[in-house]
Design a protein around this ligand. Structure first.
Ligand code: AKG
Ligand code: FE2
Length: 342
């Protein structure tokens, strides 16, 4: 294991690579209801479905940054144990999204059938808060229950600020999206710790194959490059561009559930993880992710206000619910997780 000890130990992100031109949004301005910043959030979510959130400019943001660093240290410890130990906590595909996913799994929709080089621990918000009966997790993780509780609550709140901003910009009730993602209701919300091995003998392997997240909104903290999204510039359409990590900034992206709720007005950006560029490729890569997913009883259909948009747009992932009927979020998540292989 080649784990960095802090930001200052990390090799630099090289110059001269194609960077995704995604907006930098101020968390503080969103908290202050700044109308121009709100407009920029809507624009980002109608185009890339991705933006940076500057968390350095207010106390809540600083708290979350601190918690993400604490979870990074925890991730170093949690993954640094024998594979056999970690596999005792394996998630069961099609049954539950929560638990350990080893590297080397293959996404069913990946045309090239490449194995991935990333292992995960998916830790359910409901298990950490006692909103649902918990599965087992390694004691390294359960010993940090309070950290998971604080991080998931704060990350959820920040994600709800984004959803409220979008709802207001779209002239909906402020809670039109937030009320589909109620913190205390059973849902697929979880914190994911990821670890990508620096060196891999299988040259066909990829960090994470291209995908869209399938929940409502994702908040991501990473420290090394490798994350890429596809360009929206018509001249470069489909070309992959790096989302360079910026210290003190989270990366926010929308998932397919928001595409469904908005009937295609809002976008879920396709993304993937490849080996970190330049010297960064020599270091194991970790990320800390919080996924907000609609709570299990929500119907996966457009909001009333968007039902008559002339054309019903399909979600970005090639996902069609079985039988074409409207699913509850619980069933939708189950079907998507089987397809994703994670
Ligand atoms: O690690 C990253 O930068 C992205 C992770 C990701 O896309 C995911 O876990 O869905
Ligand atoms: Fe993702």
């Amino acid at each position: 294991m080649i784990a960095p000890k802090s930001h200052s130990d990390l090799p630099p992100f090289p110059d001269g690579l194609p960077l995704a031109p995604i907006a930098r949004i101020s968390h503080n301005k969103l908290l202050q209801n700044d109308p121009e910043e709100a407009e920029r959030v809507l624009e980002a979510c109608r185009t890339h479905g991705f933006f940076y959130l500057d968390m350095t400019d207010n106390d809540d943001g600083q708290t979350l940054l601190g918690e993400s660093e604490d979870l990074l240290s925890l991730a170093y410890r949690a993954f640094d144990c024998p594979a056999e130990e970690k596999k005792k906590f394996a998630l069961v595909k099609g049954v539950s999204l929560f638990g350990y996913k080893e590297n080397g799994t293959i996404k069913l929709t990946d045309p090239e059938k490449r194995p991935d080089t990333t292992e995960f621990f998916n830790v359910a918000k409901d298990h950490m808060h006692g909103f649902a009966e918990s599965r087992t997790y390694p004691t390294d993780l359960t010993d940090e229950r309070h950290l998971f509780q604080a991080f998931t609550r704060n990350a959820h709140e920040t994600c709800m600020l984004v959803l409220e901003t979008l709802a207001k910009q779209l002239k909906l009730a402020p809670d039109a999206f937030a009320n589909k993602n109620i913190f205390e209701e059973p849902s697929g919300d979880h914190c994911r710790l990821t670890h990508k091995f620096a060196h891999h003998t299988d040259k066909s392997a990829i960090g994470l194959p291209s995908h869209t997240d399938f929940g409502s909104i994702t908040m991501l903290f990473n420290w090394l490059g490798g994350l890429q999204i596809q360009s929206h510039d018509p001249a470069k359409k489909g070309e992959w561009e790096y989302v360079k990590p910026i210290p003190g900034h989270a990366i926010i992206n929308l998932g397919d559930a928001m595409v469904t709720f908005s009937n295609g007005l809002l976008q879920s950006g396709k993304h993937r993880v490849i080996p970190a560029p330049g010297e960064q490729a020599e270091v194991d890569r970790y990320s800390i992710v919080y996924f907000v997913r609609p709570h299990n009883s929500v119907m996966m259909e457009p909001l009333e206000e968007f039902k008559d948009l002339s054309e019903h747009l399909k979600v970005a992932g090639k996902f069609e619910p079985e039988g074409g009927k409207t699913l509850t979020a619980g069933e939708w998540m189950r079907q998507r997780s089987i397809q994703l292989g994670s």
